[in-house]
Design a protein around this ligand. Structure first.
Ligand code: GLN
Length: 492
C-alpha cells in the first residue's frame, strides 16, 4: 500500500482493527517516507526505527490478541521537549545534546500505554523560545508548503512532520503560541488545552505557569483522538487539575454551531502588522461559520496592547529560574578544562545556550533582581490578572472568541527579524497562556503565495470539547484541512 499516509486517525484505527494492514506495515511506511523525504524538511532530530518497529510488533500482537486500545499501532512523533526514556531529549539545545532521559514524560507514558508507536523526536526552537524553529542548535526545519520558509515555532518540527505526512499526528507544547502558530503556518489543526488539563511532568520547563502540551494534527477529529490519550490529572504534576476528562471523540458533534455566539475583538482586527490576506481569509472563515448558524458579536478586549510586554516579562523571568539548573555539573554540556567552579558554570552556560536563550535569561534575571522585582515582575503579574478578567468579562456574552493565530503567514528562513519584531508576531496567542485558557488553530485558506492561514478560536476554561467540535463541524463543511503540501503528495 502506498497511500497509508493519506488516512486519518479514524481510518488508520479502522484499518488496523480490521487487519487491512498491520502496525508493522504502517510504521515501515512512515519510516520509509522519513528516510526519503525528511532530508528536505528536516523535521526530525532523532528517528527511532528500532523502538518503532518493536512497538509496532507489540501492537500487532495486541491487535491479534484482542486487547488493543482505539489507537494501538498508530505512529506519532514527539516534540523533543518531552523526556523519552533511553532516547536523546535535547529541547533544541546544545546544553542537552548529550542528555538521554532516564524516564518518560507522563504524556509519553500515556501514548505508550495507549499502544501508539514512537517514530522519533522532532525539532523545535531552543527551550521552546522562538516562533520559527530556527534557534534549534541542529538548525532550521523547513515549511513543507515552501521549503525556503519556516514552519513556525516553537513546535515547528511537529508541524512540519505532520504537514509533510511524515507522521500522522504529533505532540507539541504551547507557552505563548507554540502549538497554534506553527499549526497556522503549516495548515494544521492544533489545540492548546486549558492550563492544567495535560500533565507537564517530564516536559522540559520553559515558563511553568504558562506551559501546556497538546495535539497537532490534520483535523480536529485527529486532535480529539490524541487528546483522549493525553488529557487528565497526574499526581506527578501539582498543577494538573483533578477534573473529569471529556470523551473528545464522542463529543465531536456535541456543540452546535447554530446559535453559537462568536466574539470578534475590535482591537484584534486593527493590529498594525495584520497582513491583508490573513485578515481576509479569517473573515471568510467567520462568514462561513455565520452561514452555518453562528452569530458574530463585536467585543472589546481592552488589554490587547499589554499582551506582548506582559508575556515577555513573565516568561523570561520564569525561564531564568527554570534554566538555572543547567550548570554543567550533573548532566548536559560541560565546558573543556574549567579553571574552577565559577569558570565551569560560566563557560558551560555561555557555550551551551544559544543567543535567544541567553537574552531571555538576562531579561528574566534582571526583572527578578532585588529593586526591580516589584517594578517589573509584580507589576506584570497584576497586568496578567487584568488580561484574564478581560476575557472572563467577554465570556459573559459570547461562547468563543475568534482571532487570527498569527498576524502573518510563514516567514522566509533567515529573515532575521529583530527580537521585538519577532515578539510582536505573537500578539494573538500570548494572552491565552497568560489567562490559562484553551484555544485551537484551524486552517482556513492560503495567502497570495499559497502559504496557509489559520483561524484561532479561544474558549472559556475546560471548553476543549466545544472547540474541537466547532472546528470539526467547520471541517465537515469545508476542505481546507484536506489540502496537502506538494511534498506530502510524493510517495516514498
Ligand atoms: N514565541 C513565543 C516565545 O518565544 C512562544 C513560544 C512557546 O509557546 N513555547 O516565547
Amino acid at each position: 500500500m502506498t497511500d497509508l499516509h493519506r488516512l486519518s486517525i479514524r481510518e488508520l484505527a479502522e484499518g488496523l482493527s480490521q487487519a487491512k494492514f498491520s502496525s508493522r506495515e504502517l510504521t515501515e511506511h512512515y519510516l520509509q517516507r522519513i528516510a526519503k523525504l525528511d532530508s528536505q524538511v528536516k523535521s526530525y532530530v532523532t528517528v527511532t526505527p528500532e523502538q518503532a518497529l518493536r512497538e509496532a510488533n507489540a501492537a500487532d500482537a495486541a491487535l491479534k490478541a484482542g486487547n488493543a486500545t482505539a489507537l494501538t499501532g498508530i505512529p506519532l512523533a514527539h516534540k523533543d521537549i518531552f523526556c523519552t526514556k533511553g532516547i536523546k531529549t535535547s529541547a533544541g539545545s546544545k546544553i542537552l545534546d548529550n542528555f538521554i532521559s532516564p524516564y518518560d514524560a507522563t504524556v509519553v507514558e500515556k501514548t505508550k500505554a495507549a499502544g501508539l508507536v514512537t517514530l522519533g523526536k522532532v525539532n523545535m526552537d531552543e527551550f521552546a523560545m522562538g516562533s520559527t524553529s530556527e534557534s534549534s542548535y541542529v538548525g532550521a526545519t523547513s515549511n513543507p508548503w515552501a521549503l525556503d520558509h519556516v514552519p513556525g515555532g516553537s513546535s515547528g518540527g511537529s508541524a512540519a512532520a505532520v504537514a509533510a505526512d511524515l507522521a500522522p499526528f504529533a505532540t507539541g507544547t504551547d507557552t505563548g503560541g507554540s502549538i497554534r502558530q506553527p499549526a497556522s503556518f503549516c495548515g494544521l489543526t492544533g489545540l492548546k488545552p486549558t492550563y492544567g488539563r495535560v500533565s507537564r511532568f517530564g516536559i522540559i520547563a520553559y515558563a511553568s505557569s504558562l506551559d501546556q502540551a497538546g495535539p497537532m494534527a490534520r483535523s480536529a477529529e485527529d486532535c480529539a483522538y490524541l487528546m483522549n490519550v493525553i488529557a487528565g490529572h497526574d499526581a506527578k504534576d501539582s498543577t494538573s487539575v483533578k477534573k473529569e476528562v471529556d470523551d473528545y471523540v464522542a463529543n465531536l458533534n456535541g456543540t452546535s454551531v447554530k446559535g453559537l455566539r462568536i466574539g470578534i475583538p475590535k482591537q484584534y482586527f486593527n493590529v498594525a502588522g495584520l497582513n491583508a490576506d490573513v485578515k481576509a481569509r479569517v473573515e471568510e472563515s467567520l462568514k462561513k461559520l455565520e452561514e452555518m448558524g453562528a452569530t458574530l458579536v463585536e467585543i472589546d478586549l481592552n488589554m490587547t496592547e499589554a499582551y506582548v510586554p506582559t508575556y515577555y516579562l513573565i516568561a523570561p523571568a520564569e525561564a531564568s529560574s527554570n534554566l538555572s539548573r543547567y550548570d554543567g555539573v550533573r548532566y548536559g554540556y560541560r565546558c573543556e578544562n574549567p579553571a574552577d567552579l565559577m569558570d565551569l558554570y560560566k563557560r558551560s552556560r555561555s557555550e551551551g545556550f544559544g543567543p535567544e536563550v541567553q537574552r531571555r535569561i538576562l531579561i528574566g534575571t534582571y526583572a527578578l533582581s532585588a529593586g526591580y522585582y516589584d517594578a517589573y515582575y509584580v507589576k506584570a503579574q497584576k497586568v496578567r490578572r487584568l488580561i484574564q478578567q478581560d476575557f472572563l468579562k467577554a465570556f459573559e456574552n459570547v461562547d468563543v472568541i475568534a482571532a487570527p493565530s498569527a498576524p502573518t503567514t510563514a516567514y522566509k528562513i533567515g529573515a532575521n527579524l529583530s527580537p521585538t519584531e519577532m515578539y510582536l508576531g505573537d500578539i494573538y496567542t500570548l494572552a491565552v497562556n497568560l489567562a490559562g485558557l484553551p484555544a485551537i488553530n484551524a486552517p482556513v485558506g492560503f495567502d497570495k503565495d499559497s502559504l496557509p492561514v489559520g483561524l484561532q478560536l479561544i474558549g472559556n476554561y475546560w471548553s476543549e470539547s466545544q472547540l474541537l467540535s466547532i472546528v470539526h463541524q467547520y471541517q465537515q463543511n469545508t476542505d481546507w484541512h484536506t489540502k496537502r503540501a506538494a511534498i506530502a503528495e510524493e510517495n516514498a
